[in-house]
Design a protein around this ligand. Structure first.
Ligand code: ADP
Ligand code: MG
Length: 263
């Protein structure tokens, strides 16, 4: 359900939260099926660099599938996806390129339980990017400071709270220096008191100018941070608007119904 845990922080710094006229992600006529089931229908979406997009909609409407298509965690059968000028095809080279630009953060943080927080953050930079260990550790500490848990670096995931683990997951993504971040309900598995600390981390990222697509029902976050809210239903983008208009003056009946159920 949509919650309003994130009390608007008055002191949001919008100076870096600018939408550029450069395209970050371009999706044209995307269609996807799971077997016979038509899960994404004629999706067209252009995301400009610096945009902060919130995607909402009923459970099963295709939100996760859509963002998983962007970094090829799901394959699509029709349409064109372009990320940072690279067209996503079945060519593995392009998949690697796109994944190196796009960080992703899920509901379940999927940290490696047998590795320390620091090791979780340096694993991919060292083994995938061939970054020297010392440099990878410095970068990891930088981002652990950014998400405000540098003191946890030598602990194991099981010793951290859910909110702390999710912030580690965000830091781990940032260590790969993505230009775009995708979030799929990053707070929905968290206890209420931990939601805010994760949203605050996401707000920081937005203030740094990160291009973000966030599937979330955190209305407070959407109002504060998003420049655009997208509503999906039955595999389609049904409506999109800037947050104030989206919440106060929805046009589509399905959007109205959805908002009436959650507000
Ligand atoms: P949302 O994130 O909006 O809840 P999803 O993208 O997870 O929606 O799922 C959209 C629809 O696709 C749902 O009906 C779901 O049951 C179905 N679905 C998701 N993943 C698979 C899969 N791997 N195989 C078959 N159906 C799936
Ligand atoms: Mg989902």
């Amino acid at each position: 359900a949509m919650t309003d845990t994130a009390a608007p922080a008055a002191e949001i710094d919008r100076s870096n939260m600018r939408v550029s006229d450069e395209v970050a992600i371009s999706i044209e006529n995307l269609n996807k099926w799971y077997g016979e089931f038509h899960v994404l229908r004629d999706i067209d979406l252009k995301v400009m660099r610096g945009e902060r997009i919130v995607v909402c909609g009923p459970s099963g409407s295709g939100k996760s599938t859509l963002i998983r298509c962007i970094n090829a965690l799901e394959e699509h059968q029709q349409g064109r996806i372009e990320v940072d000028g690279t067209v996503l095809s079945s060519d593995l080279k392009n998949i690697d390129k796109i994944r190196s630009e796009v960080g992703m953060c899920f509901q379940h943080f999927n940290l490696f339980p047998h590795l320390t927080i620091l090791e979780n953050c340096t694993l991919a930079p060292i083994w995938v990017r061939k970054t020297p260990r010392r440099e990878a550790e410095e970068t990891a500490m930088h981002f652990l400071e950014k998400v405000k848990i540098p003191e946890q670096a030598d602990k194991y995931p099981g010793q951290l709270s859910g909110g702390q683990q999710q912030r580690v997951a965000i830091a781990r993504s940032l260590c790969m220096r993505p230009r775009i971040m995708l979030f799929d309900e990053p707070t929905s598995a968290l206890d209420p008191e931990m939601i805010k600390e994760v949203l605050d981390t996401m707000i920081e990222l937005a203030q740094d100018g990160m291009t973000m697509i966030c599937v979330t029902h955190e209305m407070g976050f959407a109002r504060q941070v998003a420049n655009r809210v997208i509503f999906m239903d039955q595999g389609q983008i049904v409506e999109q608007n800037e947050p104030e208009a989206f919440f106060t003056d929805p046009q589509n009946d399905r959007t109205k119904l959805f908002l009436s159920q959650i507000l």
